[in-house]
Design a protein around this ligand. Sequence first.
Ligand code: CP
Length: 314
Amino acid sequence: MKNFTKFENKSTSEKLIQKALQYKEAPWIDKAKGEGKRIGCIFLNPSLRTRASTQIAAQQLGMDAIVMNMDKEGWALEMKEGVVMNKGSIEHIKDAAAVLGTYFDILAVRAFPSLTNKQEDIDDFVFNQFIKYSGKPVISLESAIRHPLQSLADMITIQENWTKENKPKVVLSWAPHIKAIPHAVANSFAEWALGCGHDLTITHPEGYELDEAFTQGALIEYDQKKALEDADFVYVKNWSAFNDYGKIITTDNSWMLKEKHLKKAKNAKIMHCLPVRRNLELSDELLDSPRSLVQEQAKNRIYAAQAVISHILG
Ligand code: CP
C-alpha cells in the first residue's frame, strides 16, 4: 500500500483492524519503527480529531509529525494547471507539493470538496494533485469524497462491540443540518461497511441519495422507522444532496434520532464521527446514553492512523 485513500480489499482492512487493536493494547510496541522519519500533516480545512490522533499515532511510532494549517498559515495554493497566476494564489501545487515531498517521508492531506464543482470533487482533484506532485506516499485525512481513517476507526469500533457470529445490521441514518455538508464520511462508511461484509441499510429523505459508486449492495430505505427496526449499529450523519449537488433539500427535524426512534432496536449502538451539532443532528439523550460509541470511535482514530502509518512504513 503506497497511498491510503480508500477501502482496498477485505484482507487489507482485516490486517489493518488487527494491527490497530494490537496498538490499542500496546501503543508503544513499534516505537523504533519510525525513528528518523517525518510525516507532514497538511490541512486545507479545520480539524480536531484527525489532527491530534494522527500526530499521536506518528509519535507512538517514533516519528516526527509536523502539522501545517495551509488554509491559515501557508501561501494560497493554485491547483489548476497552466494558469496565469495573476489573481489571489501565490504558489502552485506543483512547486509546493514537490517541496513537501523532499521534506517528508509520508504526507497526510485534508482537502474538503467545493460542493459546487461536482466533477472536480468526484475526481478528488485537489487531493490527487498532492499525490501527483509530492512523489511520496499520501494518506487521506479526508478528501472531497472519502474519509478512510474515520471509516477504519468505525470498523474497529463495530468489531469491538460485536461478539456474535451473525453479521450485524448496520444503518446509516441521515440527520438534519443547517449547512451543506460533504459526502465523504457517508461515502466512506458505506464503502467500508459493505467491503467488510456488514449488512448495510441507508435511510434518508428522498433527494439525498448518495453516489451509487459507494452504495452498491446497500438497502436504501426511505422510511427511517422501518430502516431502524432490529438495527445493531446506527451511524448518524448529515450530508448534502449529491444529485442536486451540494444543496440542502430539507432540514426536517423529525429525522433527528431520539430514544423513541429505537423502540424496535433495543440494543442498537449509536455512532457519529464528530463534530456533532447536538440536538440538531443527534439528541443529547442518545449522545449521553450508554448506547453511544462516539468517544470510542474518536479514541480508535489514534490506532487506525497508527496501523496505516505503520503499514506504509513497511
Ligand atoms: N471526525 C473527524 O474527522 O473529526 P475532525 O474533523 O475534528 O478531524
